[in-house]
Write a protein that binds this ligand. Structure first.
Ligand code: SF4
Length: 700
């Protein structure tokens, strides 16, 4: 009988009964790992690098505890279980992450579960999984039916009998010991991801501790789905992340229904929670109820945790007994805004130089302050602590734009699971809570391509005539192309120029000239001029530049202030830099391939990324892995730039470190504490290594 190993971590608390029945119906024996213990945590932390969150490290430890006990390990890649609702990228890339981190792992059963794809494709995925055990499709169908029935029964047990997953999985019957029915004095809602709430080792027996403090605990699984979704629409309009019901849904529901306090258990470095916790602040303030964000990682000490719990319980009791402080929150959206005069946009890497003139043509002024130390400190001061750096920089830009008179702000949203898709919601909330009055224009990639984009522009311009909208768009995208071509040209001259800094001086002059070009013909003259100037730069004909690719998250890759001018620093050290196509915005607006320009490239990238990463994990994660593999032979090294705790890139970082392609990769984690000297020292050491490696490989 084949044995299937199921790690007792992450989705185990929600789906174990369903998975167990499915494999048993197919004639397999299911083996689970033991409850989390110190050894499992140590094993997991020793394999997963960087700032991945504790639950993923714990999961890896559970896999290691199963490696010699089963024929397969079951690790589904859960992308989405509800239409247009996304799972954290770490769930999407989990099978690939484990395959990269646990070399001795038995074969992994890794079906891609994504309800946004065609139903037929989903069925095919399940049948393919079933075929590892039987060739009989009816047997697979039967197993699916039984498994789904078990899941429904399990959920009903949680909801109607008010059991926690840990109790239900332990076979605790409703009303059995351990479920308090004496009348404790205080009711506290404990919300968060099930693998944080119900893994006693990870949360230091939080549930028992609170119950011993005489607290009645209520949990997300005890709330009806419709109530959870009502709360989500109240607080954040629509659901974006899979775990929003357990965090925002349950949190808001209990704040309005009987809880005296709210505890949100968060893993350090958790992407989704860094923003969802922020969104829960407001309902907690509105209800005047204490809200504790309990952050856990592998270094969390029991004493510190206990002290915080005791202080919180005291405060909740006093608050309930009358010392309640209700905050009045400024009303949503403020007064009705008339016409757009000044539009603030997230400005990074000279973006405004492409669109300033176009905006003037449409009778609006574009306010796009450059990213500076002040931008970052403003953004950091008002952002959730653990949110990724681009969020903080863009929020800082918005605050400066509003200070400089912007009456409207424009922000793109995305639907690919990384935090970017949640930026606009949280930034709008923070800016309104700071008392700013503005119109917030949010747009995701229009399905209708170019017409959709022109429609968006028209919407931002007090309904300007189409002829003007099209002319402004043409000029803006032509300038975008000129800026990108200029960047690529300078990347080639910088490493070989005799007088260091010449190419960059021409670059900055030309950016200003491109910005000021009033129409297409003068833009053409500017482009011809800078090509002439660059071709006349005195070069070191003996120089053989090292070739380095820059990969990673688009904002930190493109914004020189944020990445400490990494391209210029490398150029000065004689390195020719190449960036991925998707970091050149004109690639997205090239005529004829509008906005899908990179799909063809994406398919090529997927081929390079396989077998290390077999699915898209949001952001630029797949691209980073693919580019390392693609350029193993023609580049000397790669520089991987990622915001601290960036989920897709943390996955890529872990997977890249295990590929057989051994091109050196310098990983630079970007956050607001990063210092220029530190980055410079690391780059110099890296270039020395590449030089040494090239000399050693040079034919004798
Ligand atoms: S980042 Fe957050 S949502 Fe993602 S696996 Fe970690 S704890 Fe879970």
């Amino acid at each position: 009988m084949l044995k299937v190993g199921i790690p007792r971590a992450l989705l185990y608390y929600q789906y174990y009964p369903m998975w167990q029945v499915f494999f048993q119906e197919l004639g397999a024996q299911v083996v689970t790992s033991p409850p989390t213990n110190r050894e499992i945590v140590t094993w997991g932390c020793s394999r997963i690098i960087g700032d991945a969150c504790l639950p993923v490290k714990v999961f890896c430890g559970h896999v290691l505890s199963l490696v010699d006990k089963c024929d397969y390990i079951f690790i589904p890649a859960i992308h989405s279980i509800e239409k247009k609702v996304y799972n954290c990228p770490k769930f999407m890339g989990l099978p690939d992450l484990i395959r990269a981190s646990v070399r001795q792992c038995p074969p992994i059963l890794d079906p891609d579960i994504d309800v946004n794809v065609e139903r037929r494709e989903l069925y095919h995925t399940i049948y393919k999984l079933g075929r590892s055990f039987t060739r009989n499709p009816f047997k697979v169908k039967g197993a699916v039916t039984k498994a789904l029935a078990t899941h429904r029964a399990y959920q009903a047990q949680l909801q109607h009998h008010k059991l926690t997953p840990a109790q239900a999985l332990a076979g605790v019957l409703p009303g059995a010991a351990g479920t308090e029915d004496e009348a404790p004095s205080l009711t506290v809602a404990l919300v968060g991801h099930p693998y944080l709430l119900y893994d006693e080792h990870v949360n230091h027996r939080l549930v028992q501790r609170l119950q011993r403090m005489g607290v009645k605990l209520v949990f997300p699984e005890m709330v009806a789905q419709n109530e959870l979704h009502r709360s989500i629409s109240e607080v954040v309009e629509s659901q974006y992340w899979t775990y929003e019901p357990e965090v925002i849904g349950a949190g808001d529901y209990y704040l309005r229904n009987g809880a005296d306090g709210l505890i949100l258990v968060v893993a350090f470095g958790c992407g989704p929670d860094s923003l969802m916790a922020e969104m829960l602040q407001r309902p907690a303030r509105e209800q005047g109820k204490p809200f504790l964000r309990l952050i856990i990682d592998e270094h969390t000490a029991e004493t510190g945790l206990l002290t915080r719990l005791e202080a919180f319980i005291d405060m909740s009791r006093r608050n309930r007994d009358g010392f309640r402080h209700i905050y009045t929150i400024s009303s949503e959206g403020g007064e009705e805004m008339t016409g757009i005069r000044a539009l603030g946009i997230p400005n990074f890497a000279n973006l405004s130089a492409a669109f300033n003139t176009s905006a003037k043509m449409l009778n609006i002024s574009l306010i796009a302050p450059p990213v500076t130390k002040r931008t970052l400190s403003l953004g950091t001061a008002h952002s959730p602590e653990f949110v990724c750096l681009p969020f903080k920089a863009i929020l800082g830009t918005f605050i400066e734009s509003l200070e400089q008179g912007a009456d409207s702000l424009f922000m793109v949203t995305s639907s690919n699971a990384c935090r970017m898709g949640y930026y606009a919601k949280a930034q709008e909330r923070i800016l309104r809570d700071l008392g700013y009055k503005f119109r917030f224009i949010k747009h995701s990639k229009p399905k209708s391509g170019l017409p959709g984009v022109l429609q968006i522009i028209k919407g931002c311009t007090n309904d300007a005539p189409w002829s003007l909208v099209i002319a402004a768009y043409r000029l803006g995208t032509a300038k975008l192309k000129a800026l990108d071509d200029l960047e690529r040209a300078v990347q080639k001259v910088r490493p070989v120029e005799r007088e260091k800094g010449t190419a960059d001086r021409i670059f900055h002059e030309t950016v200003t000239a491109i910005d000021q070009a009033p129409e297409l013909s003068s833009l053409k003259r500017v482009v011809a001029e800078y090509h002439r100037k660059l071709s006349q730069v005195a070069r070191d004909e003996q120089a053989v530049p090292l070739k380095v690719g820059i990969i990673g998250e688009v904002y930190v890759v493109k914004e020189p202030f944020i990445n400490m001018n990494v391209e210029v620093q490398l150029g000065k050290l004689g390195v020719e830099v190449t960036r991925t196509r998707s970091t050149f915005f004109s690639e997205w607006t090239r005529p004829g391939a509008f906005l899908n320009a990179l799909n063809d490239d994406k398919r090529k990238l997927e081929r390079f990324a396989r077998p290390y990463l077999n699915r898209d994990v949001g952001g630029h994660g797949l691209e980073s892995v693919a580019e390392k593999v693609r350029h193993n032979a023609d580049f000397d090294g790669m520089v991987h730039l990622l915001p601290f705790t960036c989920m897709p890139e943390v996955l890529a970082q872990n997977i890249m470190s295990s590929t057989k392609e051994d091109i050196p990769v310098l990983t630079i984690l970007c956050d607001e504490q990063m210092g220029e000297t530190g980055v410079q020292t690391r780059i110099e050491a890296f270039v020395d290594l590449l030089e040494w490696r090239r000399r050693r490989r040079a034919p004798r």
